[in-house]
Design a binder for this molecule. Structure first.
Ligand code: 16G
Ligand code: MG
Length: 548
């Protein structure tokens, strides 16, 4: 067994000393204040090289981003060869490497991985890198590349990209020259593929009014600008919140997270009832739509609404194409609005699965369907087509002109959708396709069902790790007795539903509540918030005044 060149490792590691902190590779990779990340990212470079060697030199992706977090934060996520998130079992290795206390421990851990996972260190390693617009990104890319040098991995730096572009390019590189070839491995290849499919889908249809697109002053702004020429006059978009020169503006009072969490429009555009609007998050893997009613009420069309729209459209197309052997399913999390689940099950008659929070869980579950539509309420999501569904779609001929048109649309749909991961650009084109084909404004789309009022509350606790959930996070098994107490309260509310789970990205416990009316929902959320606080928050600060 080859071993690590310890001298080389020590020289490189000396440039990236570990601070006293403890790190965890979680749902969103490593994410924290950028000035704490240098050693973590150096070591993630070592891990990426090991992952590539383990997979026989397949290309691994690395994205440096902290998504919707403030500008001072940054983070890193690794991408597996087909463009999916790093395999779950490797997250623990990422955590262990990042916490090694000395070079000796680092070397020992690498060697333990090499032996337990049977990694051949003489194999080549190939890694590609992308980053968002954060100023801290450049130095962190250098730290990552130093990590790659420990194991002589080859790397290509693609510079500034959206997260989904990096996922797309990773898959393209690993499938080039195979029957599964995913496309040209470049941002340009991505633009060309998506734009060509979109043009096919809206060909001959009357164009909709311009879409006001809030890019959260993040990477979505320059990248969508770059995309526009490829779309030509097939889509009209007015980009707002596109100031990436001024780093402090990133995600500030704008972006999908601000809009979804606060249920309000972003600052930066004065919305009127004529406008159609959408917001990306800071790395453009999330999108929400919204509009304003005639009476000035803000109306959100979130990930659940996008899932309903996409499922409805695909089911209709499959029928119209005469290939309804293809079964469509939808994957949601416990955060999906109860009304959306009802709509999917009872109106569209599609199977709906519920899985724990985090794109990787939804993606994995969606692969079980012929066509799996998955969205988190917060706007992360996409559609995945199984190989057999694709085969059916591409071999179908159609016995009437109408069937042929539907088949052509399905093919183009599978191309316009980024199937590697939720992608705000591609989801935007999916929604615009459906709205254009139907000639719907946001209000018509919104009529599918009416959201139950809902509220999300954060509770600062002493130790969030004592909160253990089962049943896709809908039930607490620990601390003992808490779920019974929650159930007893929920019973008193019409259409009441509430669950409690520890956040994977912040040091808090989250409470979700929905009920028949706004005031009942608020009361339910604040009662459960109070219950959780009283269980485990002694000494963590004052009890929020609104808690009951
Ligand atoms: C991360 C996840 C997102 C999830 C969120 C939950 C990815 C790419 N992102 O941002 O899917 O909704 O975490 O955060 O998987 P929470 O655990 O703090 O509620
Ligand atoms: Mg994001």
């Amino acid at each position: 067994m080859a071993s690590v060149n310890v001298e080389n490792l020590s020289a490189l590691s000396a440039k990236h000393p570990k601070p006293a902190n403890t790190f965890t590779y979680g749902t969103a990779g490593f994410r924290m204040k950028a000035d704490l990340l240098d050693s973590v990212i150096f070591r993630t470079g070592i891990l990426a090289a090991l992952r590539s060697k383990k997979l026989d030199g397949k290309v691994i992706g690395c994205m440096i981003t902290a998504s919707h977090n403030p500008a001072a934060d940054n983070g890193v996520k690794l991408v597996d060869p087909m463009g999916e998130m790093l395999e779950g079992s490797w997250e623990a290795h990422a955590t262990a490497l990042s916490n090694a206390q000395s070079d000796e421990q680092l070397v020992d851990y690498i060697h333990s991985m090499v032996s337990s996972l049977k990694i051949d260190l003489t194999k080549p390693a190939n890694v590609i890198i992308g980053r968002d617009t954060r100023p801290s990104g450049v130095a962190l890319v250098n730290a990552f590349v130093d990590g790659l040098k420990v194991l002589d991995a080859k790397s290509t730096d693609y510079g500034i990209l959206t997260t989904p572009q990096l996922h797309y390019i990773t898959r393209c590189l690993n499938t080039v020259g195979t029957p599964e070839a995913y496309g040209e491995p470049s941002a340009e290849g991505y633009y060309k593929k998506l734009a060509a499919a979109f043009k096919t889908l809206v060909d001959g249809k009357t164009k909709l009014s311009p879409l006001i697109l809030d890019c959260a002053n993040g990477v979505g702004a320059p990248k969508f600008q770059e995309f526009l020429p490829y779309l030509g006059d097939s889509l009209s978009v007015k980009i707002v919140n596109d100031d990436t020169d001024n780093a402090s503006k990133l995600n500030l009072n704008s972006g999908a997270d601000y809009v979804k969490t606060g249920q309000r429009a972003p600052v930066g555009h004065k919305m009127t009832s004529q406008d159609r609007c959408a917001s990306f998050d800071g790395d453009a893997d999330r999108i929400v739509y919204y509009y304003q009613d005639e009476d000035g009420t803000f109306k959100l069309l979130d990930g659940d609404k996008i899932a309903g729209l996409a499922a409805m459209f695909i089911i209709d197309l499959v029928k119209a194409a005469g290939i309804d052997s293809i079964k469509v399913g939808v994957v949601q999390t416990a955060y999906a609005n109860g009304a959306s689940t009802q709509y999917l099950r009872n109106t569209l008659n599609v199977p709906v699965s519920c899985v724990p929070t985090g794109v990787k869980h939804l993606h994995h579950e969606a692969l079980k369907y012929d066509v799996g539509v998955y969205f988190e309420a917060n706007g992360h999501g996409t559609v995945v087509f199984s190989p057999s569904a694709l085969k059916t779609i591409y071999s179908a001929e159609g016995s009437s002109p109408a069937q042929a048109v539907a088949i052509r649309s399905l093919r183009a749909l599978s191309e316009v959708i980024n199937q590697t991961v939720g992608d705000a650009f591609s989801d935007l084109l999916l929604v615009e396709t459906i709205l254009t084909q139907r000639q719907w404004n946001p209000k018509v789309w919104d009529q599918a069902y009416t959201d139950l009022p809902n509220r999300l509350v954060k509770v600062v606790v002493q130790d969030r790790s004592i909160f253990k959930t089962v049943d896709a996070e809908r039930k607490l098994v620990e601390p003992a007795g808490l779920q019974d107490a929650i159930d007893a309260i929920v019973l008193k509310f019409r259409d009441g539903r509430s669950f409690v789970r520890p956040s994977g990205t912040e040091d808090v416990v989250r409470v979700y509540a929905e009920a028949a009316t706004r005031s009942e929902t608020d009361e339910l959320a604040h009662r459960i918030g109070g219950l959780v606080f009283d269980f485990n928050s002694q000494g963590s600060g004052p009890r929020p005044r609104e808690f009951i």
